[in-house]
Design a protein around this ligand. Structure first.
Ligand code: TYD
Ligand code: MG
Length: 454
């Protein structure tokens, strides 16, 4: 048989190339292409005339009940999973190294075990003694979690086959290797093959699998992106290193809504749940502060109030700075352009800094008006009333567009002691009792009413 020729795979996006190149055509990443020996593909004749097994076909009607869910005992995790763990499902938990994935999954393992599931935790990164030490520190030693430190997938699958646990946690998929694949552990081929074996095992044996995957920007280790397609649920664990808050976000979920978030706080005794994130993202609101505006947002199905802070200062640079943390830089430029073109307020010659407090990232366009308000408030050095929330999407014409779930946003604001709100005209608001609502048709009216004729 002819020796299979090497192929070149991008460690960032998984695209294969015929020859090595400094930059991947598919995703544009630099220095991410590595040589790999392709997986052997059997007799190499293709499947054209091969005799396969005839599939049994069925139709769309079903008598089956929705999958039973097992609660983890950690409400924030259950929420992100779509109501609890689904048996025989595969979940990927991705995140930067050191963000707290192992901590979260060890706590989850213990919690599931206390709930009566049989759980196996396989660490490919730490020795069992290390995991035990962490468990002791987290106060989890009483939970009946079975522990192993192993990276050889053949041994792991053999063990799982005899033990038949309800849940297996693999920390991390990048450390696992199959002896049938020639490339090194952590390469795209290995990660892809290991994930494939584990996911198929989960489906065949009815075992729930949770995989940890590291995301690295420099392409040293294969990103878990190639694995995202194979699993049912993809969760990302995010947060700023310096902040103690961590956000678990579902970006894909075959069993529930995506974009749901769970909020945790990293403490000396592990991760603790934050049941009321709004209170956490807001600072003391009793004194009015220029440049600070509270945005009533929605993360997944839950309303969350966050503080948007802006600072505007004269610039000594020919190209003034535009620095953003927690919000899209392109969208900031758009809002600055709309302010200049539609209201005639220019930020030329001014440095602009925008920050979302608490280390959360916002991607909702509904935050446009709050961002514009923070920018104006900073520029004019005029504070927005401290007990007022703001939301609304800005169109390029300067008009304000209604946003979804306005009533939920207002309810959350009222619950946290806010007394007034500024929202676009035409939002569906059932009951805003207790809040003074000021509907705004466009940005010009907003600037006039809130800042006087600025
Ligand atoms: P870890 O779960 O090992 O991260 P990952 O698996 O994502 O790489 O968590 C590492 C960080 O969490 C480490 O910097 C220390 C911190 N930490 C705490 O602050 N408190 C704790 O109780 C634990 C276990 C970890
Ligand atoms: Mg870890």
């Amino acid at each position: 048989m002819a020796k299979s020729s090497p192929q070149f795979v991008c460690t960032n996006c998984g695209a294969t190339h015929k020859k090595w190149a400094g930059r991947c055509d598919a995703c544009g990443a630099w220095n991410s292409i590595q040589e790999e020996v392709p997986l052997s593909t059997g007799p190499g004749k293709g499947l054209g005339g091969a005799k396969g097994r005839a599939m049994a076909l069925s139709d769309l009607t079903t008598e089956e009940a929705p999958p039973p869910r097992q609660s983890s005992g950690i409400a924030e995790l259950d929420r992100v999973l779509g109501g609890g763990l689904v048996p025989a499902s595969a979940t990927l938990v991705g995140g930067d190294p050191g963000i707290g994935k192992s901590t979260l999954l060890l706590q989850a393992a213990a919690s599931f075990a206390r709930g009566g599931l049989s759980v196996i935790y396989v660490s490919g990164e730490e020795a069992t003694a290390q995991v035990r030490m962490r468990a002791a520190r987290l106060g989890l030693t009483d939970a009946a979690v079975h522990l192993a430190a192993e990276t050889n997938l053949r041994d792991i699958l053999t063990t799982l086959d005899t033990e038949r646990p309800d849940l297996v946690i693999i920390d991390s998929v990048q450390t696992m290797w199959l002896d049938t694949v020639e490339s090194a552990p952590g390469s795209v081929s290995q990660v892809r093959a290991a994930a494939h074996e584990l996911v198929t095992f989960a489906k065949r044996r009815g075992v729930a699998v949770m995989l940890v995957g590291h995301v690295t920007k420099d392409g040293q280790i294969a990103g878990p992106r190639v694995v995202e397609h194979m699993v049912d649920t993809v969760l990302y664990f995010e947060g700023e290193r310096g902040h103690q808050f961590r956000i678990l976000r579902s970006v894909k979920n075959r069993f529930g809504p995506a974009d749901e978030i769970g909020v945790f706080e990293m403490t000396g005794a592990g991760l603790s749940e934050v049941a009321n994130p709004s209170a956490l993202f807001l600072s003391d609101r009793d004194t009015p502060a220029p440049g600070s505006v509270v945005f009533a947002g929605i993360e997944g199905t839950r309303p969350v109030l966050v503080e948007i802070q802006a600072l505007v200062a004269p610039s000594s640079l020919s190209q003034p700075r535009r620095a953003v943390v927690g919000w899209d830089g392109g969208r900031l430029s758009m809002i600055l352009a709309v302010l200049e073109a539609r209201v005639g307020i220019s930020f030329q010659g001014l440095d602009v800094y925008l920050n979302i407090a608490g280390g959360i990232r916002i991607s909702e366009p509904a935050a446009d008006l709050a961002v514009a308000a923070a920018l104006l408030s900073a520029r004019e050095d005029a504070a927005i009333p401290p007990h007022c929330v703001v939301f609304g999407e800005l169109s390029l014409s300067g008009a304000l567009r209604p946003v979804a779930q306005a009533e939920n946003r207002l309810k959350e604001a009222r619950k946290l002691g806010f007394t007034s709100a500024i929202a676009p005209d035409g939002c569906k608001i059932g009951d805003a009792a207790g809040l003074t609502l000021t509907p705004m048709p466009d940005l010009t009216r907003f600037v006039g009413e809130v800042f006087g004729a600025a």
